[in-house]
Design a protein around this ligand. Structure first.
Ligand code: PRP
Length: 184
């Protein structure tokens, strides 16, 4: 049943499920017979749900690692540009790396992570995002695999939050306007 705070369901759980099967197949085909193993790095927290569903359809053996990137308010201000917090468990040098995130918005987070991981000299580096908001991009970053293009609309569910909430919803939706005016 739909959460009452949700105004409109944009992507149903079933739509998401079938697209994930397609992306997983594309990723499998890309790596099949080419690599022994990949290191899949998920960007916390938002990508947890997408990653959990995606990896269960990947046939390429993988090691899972996580990265946390600081949230930022105004991405045009270098003082608040995204920063990688902590370090990876894995040594990615000469390894095949796949970065997974929930949404490519301005592109600043992915650009930063790609640049930092590239500096560690992986054998290859690919990116996969659940959602892409092309209208919001502030650079020319493009993911190698992307689940859905969506318009510039605030969405929650399937890992994405508003003030820490709604990540657990199995679908993607927009919030009732009244939610934004409530005291949290
Ligand atoms: C969100 C999202 C992406 C990033 C995308 O992270 O998970 O990592 O923003 O935005 P960008 O393309 O404009 O850089 P957020 O900081 O909200 O943290 P979260 O993953 O914990 O929700």
């Amino acid at each position: 049943m739909k959460n009452t705070d949700i105004e409109k369901v944009i992507l149903s759980a079933e739509t998401i499920r079938s697209r994930i099967l397609e992306i997983a197949e594309e990723i499998n085909q890309h790596y099949q017979d080419r690599v022994r193993e990949i290191i899949l790095i998920t960007l916390l927290d938002g990508a947890i749900v997408f990653t959990a569903d995606l990896i269960r359809h990947l046939s390429v053996p993988l090691r899972l690692d996580c990265i946390r990137v600081s949230s930022y308010g105004d991405s045009t201000n270098p003082e608040t540009a995204p920063r990688i917090l902590g370090s990876l468990k894995s040594d990615v040098r000469e390894r095949h790396v796949l970065l997974v995130d929930d949404i490519l918005d301005t592109g600043n987070t992915m650009q930063k992570v790609v640049s930092e991981v590239s500096a560690k000299k992986p054998a290859s580096l690919k990116t996969c995002v659940f959602l892409n908001k092309p209208e919001r991009r502030q650079n020319n970053f493009q993911a190698d695999w992307s689940g859905f293009n969506i318009p510039d609309e605030f969405v929650v569910g399937y890992g994405l939050d508003y003030a820490g909430r709604y990540r657990e919803l199995p679908y993607l939706g927009t919030l009732m306007p009244s939610i934004y005016t409530q005291t949290l």
